[in-house]
Design a protein around this ligand. Structure first.
Ligand code: XUL
Ligand code: CO
Length: 411
């Protein structure tokens, strides 16, 4: 059975562009600044957008034509795994990511849900043995089920906190089982609708307790992946506690979590927070907390998370500039948290859109590397602050002992 019969292995054809289904810029083996493009970019396919979403929006039902649409329950979940690994083999992405609820349906009880997960996880594990694809990260969906109406770790209901903890416990076991390089928390409903009914401090303390429990459990089972928090300012909550990089870093430092967590930053979340993607990455980078990236883009004219494939070359260039300045993403990668538009409903559109995103980032990497090699920004930034290299400037930035001298000379 093949799910994508019209598509063969996608390869690099450069400017000769033999077919639309090939890469113009992404050449996985090409070496840039001492590393292959594949290792710089560490592309990942998001299971939820690629194999699970149906194209529905708040005003209309699903549009996506998929070869697995006629299936239900566990049969559907199994078909999606088969399709996913065919897709990965053809696209050549080195990583993928998923939420627990993307890969297997919920049962009537947590035990049944976990049994469903076990079946699919062992199927994924088998596929991974013969595939080049690795798990960049997994996460627990603690926002879809109605039980999370008031949040998960920040819920006003202790039973919900406990349920969410059980869900993360299982998700960490899956991360360990599949060798995930990271584990992500995105707190879509960890926020508030009204301050008038909310104990903000208590809710944030509970989130911190929850994260510490996860760290302890990871140690107990020997999971060594990097923990990541993914900031987003709003949607679905009107205010999400992990608003942006700076807010999340303050939270991590306040609750003694900054040694165990880094940030997974998403372009469309940055713009929703009123920042550029490169701003968010810079903030994380200067704090040594840049973990991974959800590579997508928003629509500047819309106020919600459209999760488009990244095609803005200025943005991909400045993103890769920050990544190169960071010395790479470590265990992180570039995960396409992005979906084809509702009107691009054919299965092959999944390939076209990933190719567009991969090529945009490959070109961004090349241009960013040139900007660094040619010291386009470095030289003038150095020049701009040169008054701190000598005289009063050098005294101001030197150690505390000369601080008083400087103060006296300033005033
Ligand atoms: C939602 C979002 C999530 C996270 C994982 O806006 O970005 O898909 O990436 O839960
Ligand atoms: Co995301």
């Amino acid at each position: 059975m093949t799910y994508f019969p019209n598509v063969g292995k996608i390869s690099f054809s450069g400017n000769s562009l033999k077919s639309d289904l090939s890469f113009r810029y992404y050449n996985p083996d090409e070496v840039i600044a001492g590393k292959t493009m594949k290792d710089h970019l560490r592309f990942s396919v998001a299971y939820w957008h690629t194999f699970t979403q149906d194209g529905s929006d708040p005003f209309g039902s699903g549009t996506m034509i998929r070869p697995w649409n006629h299936l239900k329950g566990m049969d559907l979940a199994k078909a999606r795994v088969e399709a996913a690994f065919e897709f990965f083999e053809k696209l050549g992405n080195p990583y993928f990511c998923f939420h627990d609820r993307d890969i297997a349906p919920e049962g009537d009880t947590l035990r049944e849900t976990n049994k469903n997960l076990d079946v699919i996880v062992s199927m994924i594990k088998d596929y991974m043995k013969t595939s080049h694809v690795k798990l960049l990260w997994n996460t627990a969906n603690m926002f879809t089920n109605p039980r999370f109406v008031h949040g998960a770790a920040s819920s006003c209901n202790a039973d919900v906190f406990a349920y969410a903890a059980a869900q993360v416990k299982k998700a960490l076991e899956i991360a360990k089982e599949l060798g995930a390089e990271n584990y992500v928390f995105w707190g879509g409903r960890e926020g508030y609708e009204s301050l008038l009914n909310t104990d903000m401090k208590f809710e944030q303390e509970n989130m911190a307790r929850f994260f510490h429990m996860a760290i302890d459990y990871a140690k107990e089972i020997g999971f060594e992946g990097q923990f990541l928090i993914e900031p987003k300012p709003k949607e679905p909550t009107k205010h999400q506690y992990d608003f942006d990089a700076a807010t999340t870093i303050a939270f991590l430092k306040t609750y003694d979590l900054d040694k165990d967590f880094k940030l997974n930053l998403e372009a469309n979340h940055a713009t929703l927070a009123g920042h550029t993607f490169e701003h968010e990455i810079r903030v994380a980078r200067i704090h040594g907390l840049l973990g991974s990236l959800d590579a997508n883009q928003g629509d500047p004219l819309l106020g919600w998370d459209t999760d488009e494939f990244p095609t803005d070359l200025y943005a991909t260039t400045l993103t890769m500039y920050e990544v190169l300045k960071n010395g790479g993403l470590g265990k992180g990668g570039l995960n396409f948290d992005a979906k084809p538009r509702r009107s691009s409903f054919m299965p092959d559109d999944l390939f076209y859109s990933h190719i567009a995103g991969m090529d945009s980032y490959a070109l961004g990497l090349k241009v960013a590397n040139r900007l660094i090699e040619d010291r386009v920004f470095d030289d003038f930034i150095e020049e701009r602050y040169s008054s701190y290299k000598e005289g009063i400037g050098a005294e101001i930035v030197s150690d505390r002992s000369s601080y008083h001298i400087s103060i006296n000379r300033c005033f």
